[in-house]
Design a protein around this ligand. Sequence first.
Ligand code: SIN
Length: 277
Amino acid sequence: MRTQASTSELRQTDVAPRIGTVIETDVDTLLSGALAQDIRALLEQRGVIVFPRIGLTDEQQVAFTRTLGRIVEEGEGGIYKVTIDPLENPNAEFIKGAFYWHIDGTTADVPILASVMSARRLSPVGGDTLFANTYAAFDDLPPQEQEEFDQLRVVHMFETAQRYVRPEPSYDELRAWQRFEPNVLPLVWKHRSGRKSLVLGSTASHVEGMDLREGQALLTRLRDHATQDRFVYRHRWSVGDMVIWDNTGTMHKAEAYPADSGRMMHRTKLEGEEPFA
Ligand code: SIN
C-alpha cells in the first residue's frame, strides 16, 4: 500500500502500512536543514526513511546527519565503513553479527538515536536490509500481555549476539567478548513521548528472575511476533540510496552476503538522547 503526500520541497510515500517512508527531495534542500524537524518527526512515526539514489558524498552525508542532531564521532571523519571484508575493516568479523535482528547499543544505557546508511557498492547476492517496527509490535500485543510484560527485565550480552556468528569461540575470543558487561534492560521501553516499544534482538540472553528456558522461549516468541511481515520493511538497495532508521523504535538486520561480495555501506550515527526506561 502506498499513500502519498507532497509539498513543493518534499514528496513522501509510505511504502508499507506500519513502517517505512520514501522521501524524494534534492541534495541542496536536504543539506540546508530546512526539512530536519519534519524528518525527525517522520522518523519517530515511521521508523525508516529512504532517500532513493540521492547520491550524497561522505562530506554531504556527515553534514546532513549534523542537521538532525549530534553525530557520533567514529570511523574516518564520522563515516564508518560497513563491510565484512577484513581487508577493508579490521572489525569485519564483528559486523557479521548484523545478519541477525538487533538494536544498536543494547550494552549501553543510552542507545544511539538513529543510523544513516548509504550504499556505495552492492553484493550480487543477499545484502538487503530489513527493519522491524518495535512500537507497532508492542501496540499489537493483546492488552493482557502488554500489562504482563511491562515490568519484565532482560539481560543483554554482547557474547550472546556473537555466538550467532561463532558458536564455538576459543577461550580468548570469549573473554574478549566478555569485556562488554551484561546490561539489564526493560523488555518494554516506556519512551518520554508516552509510546512503548519492545526491546529485543540478538543480544537478549534471558529474562531476569524467570526460568531460563521459559524466558528464552518468551524472547523467541516475541521476536517471531515483532518480525512478522506486517511490521517489516525490506530495503533492496540501489547504489546511492540513503536510509535513516530510528534505532529506538526498530530492530534491523542485513540479509547475509559473502565476505568477498564487495558490498560497502557508509554509515553515520546520531547520538542517543533517551535512556532505555
Ligand atoms: C547494521 O546493522 O548497522 C548494518 C546493516 C546492513 O549492513 O545492512
